[in-house]
Design a binder for this molecule. Sequence first.
Ligand code: ADP
Ligand code: MG
Ligand code: MG
Length: 926
Amino acid sequence: MTMTIARNSAKKMKAPKMKPPTAKPSKSSGPKRVFFFGNGKAEGMTAAPTEAQRKLILGGKGQGLADMTAAGLPVPPGFTISIPCCEEYYQLGRKLSQATKSQILESLAKVEKAMGKKLGDANDPLLVSVRSGAARSMPGMMETILNLGLNDKSVEGLAARTGNPRFAYDSYRRFIQMYSTTAMGLSKEPLEEMLHDLKHKIGVKTDPEIPAESLKELCDEFKAFYKTNKGAEFPQDPIEQLWGAVMAVFNSWEADKAVTYRRVEKISDLKGTGVNVQTMVYGNKGDKSGTGVCFTRDPNTGENVFYGDYLINAQGEDVVAGIRTPLKLSTLGDTLPKAYKELLAARKQLEKHYKDMQDLEFTVEDEKLYMLQCRSGKRSPAATFRIAVEMVKEGLITKEQAISRIVSEDIERLFYPVIDPSIDRKMLAAAKIATGIDAVPGAATGKVCFNAADAEALAAKGGKAILVRKETSPEDVGGMHAAQGILTATGGKTSHAAVVARGWGKCCIVGCDALRINYENGSMSVGDKTINDGDFLTLDGSTGEVFVGELPLKKPELPPSYYILMKWADGIRTLKVRTNADTPYDAENAIRMGAEGIGLTRTEHMFFDTEERRLAIQEMIVADNLDARKAALDKLLPFQREDFTGIFTAMAGKPVTIRLIDPPLHEFTPKDDAGFNKLSKITGISVEDIKHRCEQLHESNPMLGHRGCRLCITYPEILDMQVTAIIQAAIACARKKIKVLPEIMIPLTIAKKELAILTDRTRKVADELIKASKVKVAYMVGTMIEVPRAALIADKIAEVAEFFSFGTNDLTQMTMGLSRDDAGRFLPTYVASEKDGGVGVFKVDPFQSLDQEGVGALVKMGIQLGRQTNKNLKIGICGEHGGEAASVKFCHAVGMNYVSCSPYRVPIARLAAAQAVIADKAAKKK
Ligand code: ADP
Ligand code: MG
Ligand code: MG
């Protein structure tokens, strides 16, 4: 009764005539906010001009449904309640506006017309699902409500119409269950228990075996439970059911698990979720029906094969819930050939449309295929590269598109650890306790945690956790993120755990049914073995094997597609990429990673290498006269020369920037009595005097103290020794016909005169050596720009420097007045948003991603002033920022010649530099 009243009143409502800003006005009121799709037409297609904007209105799921409908694929009719409705809902203090309600009812009328049925009709009911969908996929955030529109009358109508009372009552009990828990917040366990007890009572094992009569009784039990707990009858009016479900989806946007997920994933730009109301199709109608989830390519390897799972006679989440073991998609051609053929066509069509690997959800009802969802699928890093490269070869996308798709994390994750292959096979076999489904590749080792909170706590203390669960749910994402690896006892490759972990490239094994987990005791048994909370486990996500103990891990080999794509990137970028390397080993490694030179060699790291070297530098520091100091430096000279020769040889003609000594001397002094005694013995200086000398070196602000080029101003003989070592090494290499390009770099300059003194002295020492050697050696002398003053007077500095290298670690520290060593104590508060308990002063840690607004302004100014004096001035960056994608793009934009970063970040910089060029071109086209 109430149902008819509600609908009539909506129809009677007068449409206010107002001009909407974006879309066509709806008949009833206000701008169009609810979009119908069905029978080949999708109103959402014109919700906004671009695909990206449409997604922000319709949400990912809504857009996919609209796209598939418009493309002529078999999509059950429905409508999308757009994200602006969700925003409005919260603005109104969690209320649906009249305007939104009437648009919903109008769209419902369209669906009813398309289906020739009325929602919840007593004789032949239209049933719908109510599904959430934000602009970015948030797996499992809001549980879908299926079979809405069923009540005590329509369930009979459905039974009569289909001649299948078992199916009708199974659908009804699912609806009551989902509505009571998801929409009305009752706890799940009691209902699950009733279902379980029923199966036990009538002596069946699985859901499909329960007969109609028993399901009907179960529905009554569920309704009674609802009444007891809610103090009201289970809602019989389909429209009331609809409002409840829609509001539940909107409410789920602010539920804890959704908020946590957004925090972990750093999603802060989304405004809400959409709601999709869609005609039900039934995968649970019998053995010619089923439901499945698939990927258009293998999401682990990227191979172009159809990949997925399905279940016969099942509905909704049954496949991913891991209740029954799903079948492989490759067998669908045998079980439901007609539907499989249609699915193959849909696969092809959707890849062509989206030009990307798709994650699809489908249902088959009486052999007829229906598409329920499509979206870009999450994939392993190796698959990311393979798919991108193969799609270029298939002509689906351009090289530029392929390059633009890769993000830094894809590269980082390529370097997934594996269990050290040299480990003894027998030992490995003995450690193995079980095998599950290999959901996400890579290996991980850590201490077992049986709940998400423990894993988070352990990780916060710097420990390594392996999260072990029967299955995971969205409540667990915090702990899943904190863990090194994830292991579940149930579920398939498309389970919650697998999908979420894959997105992060995190080792994950699912469906390991040998595990008997006891949450209460904090232990699990596997065969006759017991594993307790805190014991070490090692997972191999590539094979699904689980091992006890902490096995050694190793980095793997890169897939061929990685090299192909990186070569494309190198062909596009204009910015050079160098590396920071202090040893020949680092240098060789960096070349393998694609480095084109060294942007920073820190010479002082070499002083720490052996005791001999440490003592020599200490001798130099405590020397109380010039001769003694020179004698000590003479001992260091051969070591430095040898190191430089090694690096020059490894770099084989590529430029090498060598920075002269930088840190304050106290970093080298002995720290304990044994050290003092030893030094005293060697130098003949009393322990007393040595201690005194070391104390003298103490500084209040060592980072602002006697360091950098200030050291060579006061002790020029250090510069003499280092320049001699560099040039002698260069001469030695040149004699062996090894090309060398040394760039001698003076750190921490603050004045032109200061730099002039040091560059003059450097050139004098170098030129004399070269002249005497009669060998041709070219070299350059330049400086680091890492004190704001140097950036401000860069035009003057450039008169005496041949190159600049921005040392953005110090420059950030000094521009902001924040110590990079200690800022970690409060910086997280500055970076975290207000929502997450921070103050949101910065979006990112300025020591990780260059502060473009402040520090960046100094960099820009330094470049501009420097090039004003010398338009060919060679300019680079050698701070940590040189390997961070956004900072690299900034360096490209301000016209640097190169960036320099740690070896493992070299590929990230190469890719970012290419992406910067591609973005430039796209911007120019516009
Ligand atoms: P999620 O966002 O978690 O993927 P969905 O909204 O896709 O949730 O719903 C989960 C599952 O419910 C789908 O994969 C599908 O099997 C089932 N489902 C949703 N809507 C319908 C429908 N109209 N008809 C049949 N099954 C549906
Ligand atoms: Mg889905
Ligand atoms: Mg510095």
